[in-house]
Design a protein around this ligand. Sequence first.
Ligand SMILES: [Ca+2]
Ligand SMILES: [Ca+2]
Ligand SMILES: [Ca+2]
Ligand SMILES: [Ca+2]
Length: 504
Amino acid sequence: MKHPLHGRSARVLLAGLAAAALTTTSFGTATAAVGGAGDPVAPVEKAPEATVQTGEVKTPSTTAEDKLGQHDVELLDKARAAGTKRVTLILAVDKGTTRSVADAIRAQGGWVGMTNDKVGYVRASVPVKAVTKVAALSRVDAVDLDEKVALPTPGPEGKATRSAAAAGPGAGTSNDNPYMPTNETGSVAFKKANPRWDGRGVTIGILDSGVDLDHPALQKTSTGEKKIVDWVTATDPILDSDFTWRLMNTSVNATPTFTVPNVAGTWTAPDSGSYRFSRFSESITAGSEPDGDVNRDGDTTDRFGVLYDKDTHDIWVDANQDLTFSDDELMRPYGESGDVGHFGTDDPSTEVVERMPFTVEYREDVSLAPFGLPGTEDFVNIGLVEDAHGSHVAGIAAGHSLFGGKMDGQAPARRSSPRVPAPGVAAAPTRPSPTAWSTSSPTAASTSSTCRSAACRRSTTRTTPGPSSTTGSSTSTASSCSSRPATAARASTPSATRPWPPTS
Ligand SMILES: [Ca+2]
Ligand SMILES: [Ca+2]
Ligand SMILES: [Ca+2]
Ligand SMILES: [Ca+2]
């Protein structure tokens, strides 16, 4: 769970992680597919080829240095000099060869986190000493190292010429207004001249901190279709210290009641049978805008049971903490079902919405090698909005009827999704990438970079997943990772009083 945009230092990484987001959804089982024996990979260089086409000479990069590029060679040198053991690589490989490349990476001691054969994408954690060998693999075309890039904080330049502040926007605000620069970009006039060119038929992906699934301006497109069509958490379940991923390795046999070692109480499953169990701790959000309190009840100590059927991938979350899953809706991944759960209950007498929407998602057969354990296991993700930025971006891109009036984003008919949607579907919030996360603040980065092992994670102050999902303890955690005071009302609450646009 992260919160990548505090400190505004993470954006540059997002391009690389977009591919991760895409593979997560469309190829969620790819990790399993590459787990078996693959084609042998000859770790030799392809002979340089010069292809002459219409007078143009193309010389493919063939050396490891070429594939890394000068900048990444420098990053690698720095990692070596710093004594770094492993680095995360994003590799472009020949399409159809991710399986054999993944095997070759594993043979070099690498941990493969994600592959997508369709686009020739591989993400892996690789020992520093093996990076050059991996880059030299004949089917590898290009390699990037994970990197932190500091970006300037955007802000107004020059002197304001307006003498008086404009009134806040509302239902009566025109689509040409001082709050959304759609007039300045020519968008308002263009859409007036071309009424159908308003984003209809287009789906976009928003790789950011999550999009508020309850926000009124993000519910429907201007043509009446569902606006947010998918939600993909792009972080690595193990390597990115994202504890919204829950390791589902605790088996329970429900009759339908069951108990869990080291977990208090008697739980009740929806039906008798075998399930996997874990808990989600709200305290892991302490470093981001939810401020450690996802159910908005004033404390940061709530833990919510998560039940998972490993065969069907059905998921239940005990959002009301009554230790009973039979009163909780069966949930499926948002892109498949549109299912949205909520932590907390709204008090209708207040303008702030005292609850937070969440989605679920699962990732099958994740290698436990980073924990030093054999085999694979499934993870379940609780998808939460980390801060307002993702909704801010989604609103600018595709918001429709903001404040219930005529104010639109750039393309009000546009839907967004980080994956290729089915015909007729639309928009998607995504979580920050793992690495984006780790770059969000110096503290978060150091936590992430030093906590690759389960043992190390247990010793940190963050919520610990550890190989056993039930031994993870939530402590006061990520509060030290926050560089910005969280505002409860800003958390992901579609409130009438919510400022728009939210603070960037
Ligand atoms: Ca709470
Ligand atoms: Ca509580
Ligand atoms: Ca319940
Ligand atoms: Ca309320």
